[in-house]
Design a binder for this molecule. Structure first.
Ligand code: ADP
Ligand code: MG
Length: 311
C-alpha cells in the first residue's frame, strides 16, 4: 500500500506468552498483505482491477470483504453529498497524466471525464453480492479507505488470537485496542501540519481509531503550483489550499480514513455533517490569511483527554 505498518501489542507475559503474541502479529501482517493483493490498482489480477475492467451493465460477483467496503463507501458518499467518492478514479488518472506531462488538463477534458464519475452509477446487488456500473469507462479507487480497512482487519485478527491491547498504525491510520496498561490508555500524537518534528495534538484513546489527511502529506506540482492528491469529485479539480489537515476519531479505522479524506473536501461544513452521526469527532486545521486556525467538533474535549500545542 506504499506505506509502513506498525503493530504494537501489550501482553501480560504470565498469561500470554511472547511467542503467541508474535504469532498473532504475524497473522495480522498476513491479512494486511492479503488485503493489499485484493485492493491493488496495480495488479491486473486483483479483485479491484477486475471490477475496473467492467463495461456498462456487466455484472461481477465479488467477495464479501470487497462488497462490504464498497457498500460502506457508497453510504458515506451519500452522507457527504458526494465529497467522498471512490468513482474518482478516471479523474485521478487525468491528474496523474497532467502531473507527468507538467501541463494543466483542459477544462473540456475534466468535464468529459466528470461524466464517468459518480457513486450513484455504482450498483450493488446484496442478494448475489454482485456489482455493476451504469456507464462505460467507470472505475473505482479505494485509496482513501483501504488503509483504514487494513487496520481494522489487522485488529480483528489480533482480537481473534486473544490480544486485548494493541496499537495498529497503517501509515497514520491508527487504531487503539483496549488500554496500553491497566492504568493508562494509548497515547497517540498528531503531527504539526507545518513541522514534522513536532506534535500538535496528543490524545488518549481506547477502542478508537484516528486518522489524519492533510495537504502536507501527499501533493504534487504542476506548472509550478502545488496541488493536493485529494480531488473534489463534484468539480473534478484538486481541493484548494484552505484545509491544512483533518483528523477524525471514530469507532473503526475504515470510517476515520473515509471521513478524514471527506473532511479535506468539505472543510468547515464537514464539522456540521459529522455532528449528526454521533460517536465521530474531528479536528480541522485551516489556513486563513496566512494563519492556522483550529476547529474541533463539539464535546470532543469532554470525551477525550487532549493536550495541544498552539499552532
Ligand atoms: P492518505 O493516504 O494520504 O491519507 P487519503 O486517505 O486522503 O490519503 O486518500 C487519498 C487517495 O484517495 C487519493 O490518492 C485518490 O486515490 C483517492 N481520492 C482522491 N480524492 C478522493 C475523494 N474525494 N473521495 C474518495 N477518494 C479520493
Ligand atoms: Mg482517507
Amino acid at each position: 500500500m506504499g506505506t509502513v505498518v506498525q503493530i504494537k501489542v501489550s501482553i501480560d507475559p504470565a498469561k500470554y506468552g511472547e511467542a503467541r503474541a508474535k504469532d498473532a502479529i504475524n497473522r495480522a501482517f498476513d491479512e494486511i498483505k492479503r488485503i493489499e493483493d485484493v485492493y491493488s490498482l496495480y495488479k491486473d489480477s486483483s479483485e479491484i482491477s477486475r471490477i475496473n475492467r467492467l463495461k456498462k451493465n456487466e455484472r461481477l460477483q465479488i467477495s464479501d470483504g470487497v462488497f462490504n467496503l464498497i457498500h460502506k463507501t457508497l453510504d458515506y458518499s451519500e452522507r457527504t453529498g458526494g465529497a467522498f467518492d471512490i468513482t474518482v478514479k478516471p479523474l485521478v488518472e487525468v491528474w496523474n497524466a497532467a502531473r507527468k506531462a507538467d501541463k494543466m488538463p483542459e477544462e473540456r477534458e475534466i468535464k468529459r471525464v466528470l461524466g464517468r464519475v459518480g457513486y450513484k452509477n455504482v450498483v450493488l446487488d446484496g442478494i448475489v453480492r454482485a456489482i455493476h456500473f451504469k456507464k462505460d469507462g467507470m472505475g473505482i479507487d479505494l485509496g482513501a479507505a483501504a488503509k483504514g480497512y487494513a487496520t481494522d482487519r489487522a485488529v480483528s485478527i489480533l482480537e481473534e488470537n486473544g490480544i486485548d491491547s494493541a496499537l495498529v498504525n497503517s501509515g497514520g491510520d491508527m487504531y487503539c485496542l483496549g488500554k496500553r496498561t491497566a492504568h493508562e490508555l494509548w497515547k497517540v500524537g498528531v503531527q504539526h501540519p507545518r513541522d514534522k518534528n513536532r506534535l500538535f495534538l496528543e490524545i488518549r484513546l481506547k477502542d478508537r481509531a484516528i486518522d489524519t489527511s492533510g495537504d502536507y502529506e501527499r501533493y504534487f506540482f504542476l506548472e509550478g503550483k502545488r496541488y493536493s492528491h485529494i480531488i473534489d469529485p463534484r468539480t473534478g479539480y484538486p481541493i484548494g489550499d484552505e484545509v491544512v489537515s483533518a483528523s477524525v476519531i471514530a469507532a473503526d479505522s475504515t470510517t476515520s480514513d473515509i471521513l478524514a479524506t471527506a473532511m479535506c473536501v468539505l472543510g468547515e461544513k464537514g464539522l456540521d455533517i459529522i455532528k449528526n452521526y454521533g460517536g465521530i469527532d474531528a479536528v480541522l486545521v485551516t489556513e486563513e490569511r496566512g494563519h492556522l486556525k483550529v476547529r474541533m467538533s463539539e464535546g470532543i474535549r469532554k470525551r477525550y483527554d487532549i493536550s495541544e500545542e498552539k499552532l
